[in-house]
Design a binder for this molecule. Structure first.
Ligand SMILES: [Zn+2]
Length: 160
């Protein structure tokens, strides 16, 4: 068992890379995901993440501040959760929608290297079981895409 973290990434990490060299690097699907650390270097961190619906005042998908009561309960804003058109939603509709959302979030997974400086980790206090695949082997076959120059370029370009 390993520690589970709530992982918040900088917005540019959720967008496709502007550098063709990294065009095949998949962006992180949500601003806030949950998961564990597989490996760490001085500047990089290899994370295995999945989406989760949980109470939050920030949208897990896009990072915007939440005000809608349904949004606050599940951590997804009206745009990202598509619940903006019925407010207030009847209770049974909310439940059905939430079940669908939970499944959708849990099925959204991501793993890979991220630059430590643009990732915030907060322990959730929970333990998770790492998946059966041998992560160390996968990491070796995939060199870390943590190019500090690329990160600086991106940050400048996107105005962070
Ligand atoms: Zn959102």
């Amino acid at each position: 068992m390993v520690d589970e973290y709530k992982v918040t990434v900088s917005q540019f990490l959720t967008r496709p890379s502007v550098d063709p060299k990294y065009a095949d690097k998949e962006p992180v699907p949500f601003r806030i995901m949950f998961g564990y650390v597989v490996e760490e270097t001085q500047n990089g961190i290899y994370l295995k993440l999945e989406g989760k619906a949980a109470p939050s005042d920030i949208c897990f998908v896009c990072g915007r501040t939440l005000k809608h009561p349904v949004s606050l309960l599940y951590g997804i804003g009206p745009d990202c959760g598509k619940h903006m058109h019925n407010s207030p939603m009847p209770k049974n509709e909310i439940e059905a929608w939430f079940e669908e959302l939970k499944t959708k979030m849990k099925n959204t997974t991501w793993e890979g290297w991220l630059p430590k400086a643009y990732v915030k980790l907060e322990p959730t206090g929970k333990k998770v079981t790492p998946s059966k695949t041998n992560p160390t082997k996968q990491v070796v076959s995939k060199p870390p895409i943590v190019d500090q120059n690329l990160v600086k370029e991106l940050v400048l370009e996107l105005g962070f």
